[in-house]
Write a protein that binds this ligand. Structure first.
Ligand code: URP
Ligand code: ZN
Ligand code: ZN
Ligand code: ZN
Length: 465
């Protein structure tokens, strides 16, 4: 089965060219300039006309939490609903976080996540592993997981009593990662100090969602970021800091990177497009914007954009972790600390970042680099994922840069009863989405199937110097 995409503007992290793309089976066979003798000689079973469209690699979202148990409830998207929503939004690979439970093995956690995902995904998927219980046994298991293509491990300096690891455990995991090639991903917030501030705020009757943002202080993000960097230096390990939101934390990343360290940063659309103003919405609506690290005052956004234009922040993932307002976010009425942490967004990322191109924050190629190529390289999926090149998986989006629409819970495909971007108009959307050569979204129709997406083992980080 050969598919030909004709007359589009092919945009990758490195190039933009008017070119035709020939797909043979599941992979890209060749690319040639539109109108060239080579391209005009191609025949195919299916021809997709991309006149006026961008032809881009499918998005790689390296941070999702389908069905994550949290605070007595669980994230509302299953792998089926969440991966389908990702496809609608032009994302063709997700890397989700399998979770180790305290007292249990990594194997048990990973098997549980395989069982949740297998046969249910619309698009290809991979796993990171959350290390919630760093023991001699789990350190040994890290080596095994790296061999199975689960090559990155998230640790938490936040959430004491749940996911939290102390500095000694963090150092041990980093040392092990330095040996086996596993990349340590850090949730960098000083959770011990935050818990003191939570208790004090609640004792003073400060129970509204906005206090979630006040107690999770920017300084406690930057302090943890600094500490994580120093621990990684001591261990001789690279470090990837997830969901960076504070300008002060960006400054720590900049300093580390200026020293030439293998320290990488990720941010998420909610930190670029939402702020503490949203957390302060009346009638408990602020709960829709409760996530950790928290949204910051809008002044922080310019330093995030600056770091994204340079490379001090090099990946934009969603941290998609949806909880319905009714029945889930509402668990925290009268006590902000009981609001499940997380925001929906797996469907919105590519369009919000395209809007950032239109608004002049980043270039078109940088959009693709931040959303496709760098996450693929960071987590060992490149060049199979994250680019359009001969031999790469034909995960391709025909993107309409003039297909404006208004984001809304009434029309989105995520299984959550609100949109964080309700009423926001964006300039473009994904018109046609291919996953390994098959058209799964076409002009407003879903043509994929649960189970088409495959588990994709990953190599180790492809950025280390
Ligand atoms: O609030 C968030 N980010 N929830 C998901 C879990 C995490 O820390 O990434
Ligand atoms: Zn986190
Ligand atoms: Zn997360
Ligand atoms: Zn199918």
């Amino acid at each position: 089965m050969r598919t030909l995409i004709k007359n589009g503007l092919v945009v990758t992290a490195s190039d933009e060219l008017n070119a035709d793309v020939l797909i043979d089976g599941e992979t890209v066979a060749a690319i040639a300039a539109t109108g060239s003798a080579v391209a005009d000689g191609w025949t195919a079973d299916t021809v997709l006309d991309a006149t006026g469209l961008y032809v881009i690699p499918g998005g790689v979202d390296a941070h999702t939490h389908m069905e994550l148990p949290f605070g007595g409830t669980a994230a509302s998207d299953t792998f089926e609903t969440g991966s389908r929503a990702a496809a609608w939004g032009g994302t063709t690979t997700i890397v989700d976080f399998a979770v180790q439970s305290v007292g249990k093995s990594l194997r048990e956690g990973l098997d549980t996540w395989h069982a949740k995902a297998e046969g249910n995904c619309a698009i290809d998927y991979a796993f990171h592993m959350i290390l919630a219980d760093v023991t001699e046994d789990s350190l040994k298991e890290m080596d095994v997981l790296v061999g199975e293509g689960v090559t990155s491990f998230k640790l938490f300096m936040a959430y004491p009593g749940v996911f939290y690891s102390d500095d000694g455990k963090i150092l041990r995991a980093m040392q092990r990662g330095a040996e086996n090639g596993g990349l340590i991903m850090m949730h960098a917030e000083n959770g011990i100090a935050i818990d003191v501030l939570v208790e004090q705020a609640l004792a003073q009757g400060k129970t509204d969602p906005r206090y979630h943002g006040e107690v999770r202080k920017a300084l406690l993000e930057s302090e943890a970021t600094y500490r994580a960097i120093q621990l990684a230096r001591v261990a001789g390990a690279p470090l990837y800091v997830v969901h960076v939101s504070a300008a002060e934390a960006v400054a720590e990343l900049t300093r580390a990177r200026d020293m030439g360290l293998n320290v990488f940063g990720e941010t998420c659309p909610q930190y670029l497009f939402c702020s503490t103003d949203d957390l302060a919405r009346p009638d408990f609506e602020g709960a829709k914007y409760v996530c950790s690290t928290p949204l910051r005052p809008a002044e922080h956004q310019e330093s995030l954009w600056r770091a994204l234009r340079g490379d001090d922040l090099s990946v934009i993932s969603t941290d998609h972790c949806p909880f319905c307002f009714v029945g889930q976010k509402e668990l925290g009425r009268g006590d902000f600390s009981k609001i499940p942490n997380g925001m929906p967004g797996v469907e919105n990322r590519m369009d919000l970042l395209h809007q950032a191109v239109v608004d002049g924050h980043i270039s078109r190629r940088r959009w693709i680099e931040l959303a496709c190529a760098t996450p693929a390289r960071m987590f060992g999926l490149y060049p199979k994922k994250g680019t359009i090149a001969p031999g790469a998986d034909a995960d391709i989006v025909l993107y309409d840069p003039r297909g404006a629409y208004t984001m809304s819970a009434a029309t989105h495909h995520m299984n959550v009863d609100y949109s964080a971007y309700e009423g926001r108009t964006v300039a473009g959307h994904s018109r046609t989405v291919l996953s390994r050569g098959r058209v799964i979204i076409d002009d407003g129709k879903y043509l994929g199937h649960a189970g088409d997406g495959r588990f994709t083992p990953r190599s180790t980080c492809q950025y280390l110097t």
